[in-house]
Ligand binder design. Structure first.
Ligand code: FEO
Length: 407
């Protein structure tokens, strides 16, 4: 990867993380993730956001800085839009290399600079509307955007070129190749990043959706020519596309979402599994798309992405020791943590000597604002009547989903 000038005097530098690690220690990134940082050059030089010391990223960054004749020891300002260590993990080493660079961040950011890295000197706090004049017509304007993703987060904007450095906002999973901008991607590339943007949003940003809406409202009035996030591709041809996409994703938070269903199932001895097909048949006959996952086998990050955009949820799981099948309890817990609320829900499943999953599910999701249609439970092996009942209830759910989904 090479440094690339994205507007006059503004460069994107960065690294793809492809070593098989999990993002945030838990989310699969089989196609990698990019860490983007930016150089803004006036008479003074600012580095906007940093990287983590991860998968040889610092060496790559240093080589790229050298390729555009930026001496890392002579950077004047380091802008920290967000303190999560994927953007700051290299800060201690950077400070050693360049002790003279002044750090600009929010008040809450400064507290995290101290607690994560023990740095207090040379830190300037900024707030919405503050500017940093770099000379030669370049400046940075700061806009606080709390909780997109952490409370200290801000965005930086360069007005002469209309570049918005948005950090996590408008970001995506996925490594970035030579095709850096939206207008350089093939249709296949766009499809890939759309999918990975949704998964990134559902995993990282979903729980903060109301703050996403507030942050986007603050951008009204800014002439944005380029959106330059710290993960994923940059948007130049049509920045509105990614803004609209994020607004749509934020709207899913309270439900409804798209006219789709996510079906998650888990089975101990194959009895609950026997009715998965009944549910999918019912949905198919109702022409409602369904995303099917098995727990604990399938990746939770993908279950969250599908559930985030689905108005309907179906859970197929047995009772286990008077409660929900434990891997499904984990899925439900994750759905709650990401605030996937306001959904239309159906559950079916077997039990042995005693039920309990239905009650457990209802109690644990009592605050999720989920609307349940009647659950189907059976003892032991399901019969043909159970099959037909699950199919009928799946059709009922499909009808509700079609009626209530976002337009
Ligand atoms: Fe990319 Fe919240 O860090």
């Amino acid at each position: 990867m090479r440094a690339r000038e994205i507007a006059g005097g503004i460069y994107r530098i960065g690294a793809n993380i492809t070593n098989g690690d999990l993002f945030e220690g838990m989310w699969a990134i089989p196609d990698g993730v990019s860490l983007n940082a930016y150089i803004v050059r006036g008479e003074k030089t600012a580095l906007v956001d940093l990287i983590r010391d991860w998968d040889d990223a610092p060496m790559k960054i240093r080589d790229q800085l050298a390729s555009i004749s930026v001496d890392v020891k002579k950077i004047d300002y380091l802008i920290l839009n967000h303190l999560e260590p994927d953007h700051t993990g290299w800060l201690g080493m950077f400070r050693d290399l360049c002790p003279g660079a002044e750090i600009l961040t929010t008040v809450k950011g400064a507290a995290l600079v101290k607690s994560f890295y023990g740095i207090e000197d040379g830190v300037r706090t900024v707030k919405t509307g503050d500017t940093l004049d770099l000379g030669a017509g370049k400046k940075l304007v700061f806009v606080e955007a709390p909780n997109v993703h952490w409370p200290e987060t801000m965005l930086s904007y360069e007005p002469s070129a209309g570049v918005l450095f948005s950090c996590d906002a408008f970001g995506s999973y996925g490594s970035v190749g030579a095709e850096l901008f939206d207008d350089e991607l093939s249709a296949e590339g766009h499809a890939f990043f759309e999918k990975e943007t949704l998964r990134y949003y559902a995993n990282i940003v979903a729980g903060f959706s109301s703050f996403v809406e507030k942050a986007i409202a603050k951008l009204e009035g800014l002439e944005i020519n380029i959106i330059a996030p710290s993960h994923g591709i940059l948007w130049k041809e049509n920045p509105r596309t990614i803004i609209s996409r994020y607004l749509r994703y934020a709207a899913y938070a309270k439900g409804p979402a798209e006219p789709e269903v996510t079906l998650v199932w888990g089975s101990m001895y194959g009895n609950t599994e026997k009715l998965v097909e009944a549910a999918t048949e019912g949905l198919k006959e109702s022409a409602v798309p369904v995303h099917v996952f098995q727990t604990p086998h399938d990746d939770i990050s993908r279950i969250l992405a599908a559930a985030w955009k689905s108005t309907g949820l179906i859970f197929g799981m047995p009772t286990y020791e008077y409660k929900m099948f434990p891997p499904m309890a984990h899925v439900i817990d994750e759905l709650g943590r990401k605030k996937i609320f306001g959904r239309k829900v159906f559950r079916f499943g077997s039990f042995g000597w005693s039920g309990g999953a239905a009650k457990d599910l209802a109690e644990i999701t009592a605050k999720f604002n989920w609307t349940f249609i009647e659950q189907v439970e059976f003892s032991g092996c399901p019969g043909s009547a159970d099959y037909e009942l699950v199919k009928t209830r799946a059709k009922e759910l499909a009808g509700i989903v079609k009626q209530s989904a976002l337009q």
